[in-house]
Design a protein around this ligand. Structure first.
Ligand SMILES: [Zn+2]
Length: 471
């Protein structure tokens, strides 16, 4: 493990432009800075410190920064710990946090599952309060499990709501993220919505949440807006076209889902085509597009996705329990596709724990190809996800990167005897939570506890809202 990505014994702690640093993460066993040379024992993992500047960005990474002699700079102890970039969940449906282990949703076809979920949304009456409470619980869970950025593909917009009402829903989710100190990508999704209404709503949400910010990312990086039809199984060409127009006008990224079980069947029934043929024809295989799931893809389709520059999101924590298949990630990577990682929502994956899904993705990979390494999954869950969102400042820890990071304690018995502590993050200790989590230089989880809110209150808030829906 040699120094990489700047820093070094003489690294200054003066911060950016001479301003005092905001934080020093001190004494890590290894710091995963980002994708390395590719081998399992690569060179992107120096030990030492991460110095964070006053602007919330990384100043240096590597062997011990000089101490300021106990003066004003706060320190986080990372002795005996592995530091990674904050995890980026590229595909979540935060509203489904309110519908976990819903009776009848397991062991059924995706068609039945979609109908059951839709009925549950109707019973609960989706409004800003429910969206906010579910987002608050889901984002608190995210931070506590090391996820610092969540792409929330929100698909449920009651038809009676006008554009202004949908802005209220989006604001409720964004407000929860700002409150807790997580980064949120609000993806204005659709699932059979009226195309014109969806486009008006997407435009209004972009204006309200991010205005004219380049790339649809608010200047502080805390909130981003994107657009995303659920897939060709639910939305017609007009929806894809109108949302693409909003994206082009506002500079937003595009997200969709393809080649889950029902998607392939529906595309064949309705169009006599494969979903990726349709996405290609409709202009939705492009570098600003990220496609989630991709369980059932042919070699030719993998080549086409790669040639288009579109990104992929692997979601094994949804696809495996739902029986939708396992995306051939090794083949996608070999073809040159950037692959991120997402949990999908609580309706199919009852945990928003991205590291657990990185572990699952690694464990099942050999069933559909080459065994993926722990670092490949870790990179998918950080850099790969961030790149699909058009956010190169996220998902890595190099000078100038956003200071979003996790400090993982590997000194307990669950890691005892582990030869390679970075690989052990996935292979050992399932369900681990980080000791500390930092977002933009701000400590949001300290010693395993959420700093910005009461975890239990976030859970109770959602329970209270759901109890009222049933009453
Ligand atoms: Zn999904």
């Amino acid at each position: 493990m040699t120094p990489a990505g700047g820093g070094g014994p003489g690294a200054s702690v003066d911060g950016v432009g001479g301003a005092p640093p905001r934080l020093v993460v001190r004494g890590a066993l290894a710091i995963r800075t980002g994708p390395g040379a590719g081998s399992e024992a690569d060179d992107g993992e120096p030990g030492g410190d991460v110095v964070v500047g006053g602007d919330g960005r990384v100043v240096s990474v590597g062997p011990a920064a000089p101490s300021d002699g106990g003066a004003a700079v706060p320190e986080l102890d990372a002795t005996g710990c592995v530091v990674t970039p904050g995890l980026v969940n590229a595909h979540h449906h935060l509203l489904q946090t309110a519908f976990r282990t819903l009776p009848g949703t397991r062991g059924v076809s995706m068609r039945e599952w979609l109908a059951l979920m839709a009925a549950a949304y109707r019973r609960a009456s989706v409004d800003a309060e429910l969206v906010g409470a579910a987002a608050r619980a889901g984002l608190a869970e995210a931070l506590l499990s090391g996820v610092t950025t969540v792409a929330d593909h929100h698909l449920t917009w009651p038809a009676a709501l006008g554009p202004a009402d949908t802005v209220d829903l989006a604001r409720a989710a964004a407000g929860a993220a700002v409150d807790l100190g997580a980064r949120l990508v609000l993806v204005r999704g659709t699932a059979g919505d009226d195309p014109e209404a969806a486009a008006l709503s997407a435009d209004a949400i972009a204006v309200a949440l991010v205005g004219d910010a380049p790339g649809g990312v608010r200047a502080d990086g805390g909130v981003q807006v994107a657009v995303g039809p659920a897939g060709v199984h639910s939305d017609r060409e007009e929806t894809f076209r109108l949302l693409a127009e909003v994206a082009a006008r506002r500079g937003l990224r595009r997200r969709t889902q393809a080649n889950e079980q029902v998607d392939v069947v529906a595309a064949l029934e309705r169009y006599g085509r494969r979903p990726l043929d349709l996405l290609d024809e409709w202009g939705w295989l492009a570098p600003d597009v990220t496609v989630a799931h991709l369980c059932d893809v042919t070699s030719d389709e993998i080549s086409r996705v790669a040639a288009s520059g579109a990104h992929a999101t692997h979601a094994p924590g949804c696809d495996v329990p739902m029986g939708w298949g396992i995306a051939p990630v090794a083949r996608l990577l070999a073809a040159g596709v950037t692959v991120g990682l997402g949990t999908s929502g609580g309706g199919s994956n009852d945990a928003g724990h991205l590291l657990a899904d990185a572990r699952l993705g690694m464990q099942v990979s050999a069933l559909v190809g080459r065994q993926l390494t722990a670092r490949e999954l870790l990179d998918a869950a950080t850099t790969g996800s961030a790149d699909g969102l058009g956010r190169p400042e996220l998902g890595r820890l190099r000078p100038g990167s956003a200071a979003d990071l996790c400090v993982w304690d590997v000194g307990g018995v669950a890691d005892a005897g582990v030869a390679d502590p970075v690989a052990g993050l996935l292979w050992a200790a399932p369900g681990r939570r980080p000791r500390h989590v930092v977002v933009g230089g701000r400590v949001v989880v300290r010693d395993g506890r959420l700093v910005t809110a009461d975890e239990r209150e976030a859970a109770r808030g959602l329970s209270r809202r759901l109890a009222r829906a049933v009453a």
